[in-house]
Design a protein. Structure first.
Length: 175
């Protein structure tokens, strides 16, 4: 399976994903999967915790296709809200190395990152018990137990990036 990253207008990702998949299916007769990665966050409003979906990387879509299918970049570029398909300095568009690993991680979680369960003790490393952070190649930089958030650092597009993800902290006695 090959993967590509599409840079597009923020706010149009969801409709664009459906339109691009439909265009490829109708014009070339094969299926592609286009994910608009979402994160599920815990938010507290008026003292009550709610789960809210937010974009993981606003303005980015991930396109996945079988190895034998051809990638027609003109289909993507013809859409009004698409800015470009990200490229490497050598001109190639297919994601490589750490970028592909990140795209596969998103694929494995269907583009939706639910809260992970972690054990957190003062002065000890954070231990991930379940959820998307369990199989991620990244590191937890900071934990905020009160907001149920973790700041996670990972490599993407050759740079270290950080993102906030929800976690459910569990006491080590409950583990």
């Amino acid at each position: 399976m090959r993967s590509y990253c599409i840079y597009c207008k923020t706010g149009s990702e969801r409709s664009l994903a459906g339109q691009l998949a439909k265009d490829v299916r109708e014009l070339h007769g094969y299926e592609v999967v286009i994910l608009f990665p979402q994160r599920v966050l815990h938010e507290r409003k008026k003292g009550v915790w709610h789960k809210v979906e937010q974009p993981l990387m606003p303005g980015y879509l991930f396109l996945y296709m079988e190895d034998e299918d051809l990638f027609y970049s003109y289909l993507v570029k013809q859409e009004r809200d698409v800015y470009k398909v990200l490229r490497y300095s050598d001109g190639s568009m297919q994601l490589k190395a750490g970028d592909e690993q990140y795209a596969r991680w998103l694929w494995n979680h269907n583009g939706k990152l639910e809260p992970s369960k972690v054990v957190f003790e003062e002065g000890q490393p954070v231990k991930v018990i379940s959820g998307p952070l369990m199989d991620m190649d990244g590191r937890i930089v900071k934990m905020d137990r009160h907001k149920k958030r973790a700041v996670v650092a990972f490599m993407f597009a050759g740079e270290e990036r950080t993102m906030n993800l929800s976690v459910e902290a569990i006491d080590s006695a409950q583990e």
